[in-house]
Design a protein around this ligand. Structure first.
Ligand code: ADP
Length: 244
């Protein structure tokens, strides 16, 4: 078998003596759509924060495509091929949809290359807008988008940076049923084109429809992992997560 895309070993993240991540091991294979579920406070966002360099682990390693990410800075982690979205989309409201993606695309370039970059839209930007279905709204100010469309814009802003691992934090929160379906189909297309996707999600209906594998977190560790039906039949998961 080929080397996993992401290998986390013995990860610990401590906030003022509280172990939010407490010796966590996780392996993600290429081209998975992996869902990360678990009760509030389980440490899901903190894990994503640690992978993307937003919080510094107290111990452990995070190896992506053979490279250690711990101690790398956030922008270095983005350039090594890891992208993420946040629970609350962060877009530039005054700029157009297209300009938002343009700005995000330029973050990826090292300064000398950025200074040399020609003005104008790159194929990556156009492809990202088409992928999320916002190409027809390219000139609209981002501030006029609906909540769901903002979430998709944020995905486009990450996609244009060419990630091999995309981390989505509750991508369907606040979306309508139809928007959820479109988001799930988008995630499937992204994975089909070679980007592995790790999704934090609470909506079990969405998880059932779109996960290839599910990891359950509890108290800063992995409780269990498997297919959706394996995880749902797990007694410990029922007790701890579903409360029955
Ligand atoms: P989840 O995403 O699974 O809901 P989080 O990763 O947000 O869980 O949080 C895990 C635990 O770490 C929670 O108890 C939370 O209160 C705590 N925590 C998260 N971030 C911080 C922080 N910056 N400072 C202190 N405690 C934090």
């Amino acid at each position: 078998m080929s080397e996993p895309l992401l290998t986390v070993r013995g990860l610990k993240v401590v906030f003022d003596g509280f172990h939010a991540i407490d010796g966590l091991d996780l392996t993600v294979e290429r081209n998975e759509i992996r869902f990360l579920i678990g009760p509030n406070g389980a440490g899901k966002t903190t894990l994503v924060d640690a992978i993307t360099g937003l919080v510094k682990p107290a111990a452990g390693s995070i190896v992506f495509e053979g490279n250690e990410l711990v101690r790398r800075r956030e922008h270095q982690i983005v350039r090594s091929g890891v992208g993420r979205t946040f629970q609350t989309p962060t877009v530039f409201e005054q700029l157009s949809v297209l300009e938002n993606v343009d700005v995000a695309a330029s973050f990826r370039l090292a300064l000398p290359k950025l200074l040399r970059a020609r003005r104008g839209t790159t194929p990556e930007v156009t492809a990202a807008l088409e992928a999320v279905g916002l190409d027809a709204l390219a000139d609209a100010p981002a501030g006029t988008l609906s909540h769901g469309q903002r979430q998709w814009l944020e995905v486009a802003m990450v996609l244009c940076q060419g990630p091999r691992l995309l981390l989505l934090d509750e991508p369907v929160a606040g979306m309508t049923g139809e928007e959820r379906t479109r988001t799930g189909e988008l995630v499937q297309r992204i994975a089909g084109e070679g980007t592995t996707v790790l999704v934090i999600e609470h909506d079990m209906d969405f998880v059932r429809r779109f996960a290839t594998r599910v990891t359950v977190m509890h108290e800063g560790r992995i409780l269990t992992e498997g297919t959706v039906s394996e995880v749902q039949q797990d007694e410990t998961v029922r007790e701890v997560y579903l409360g029955r």
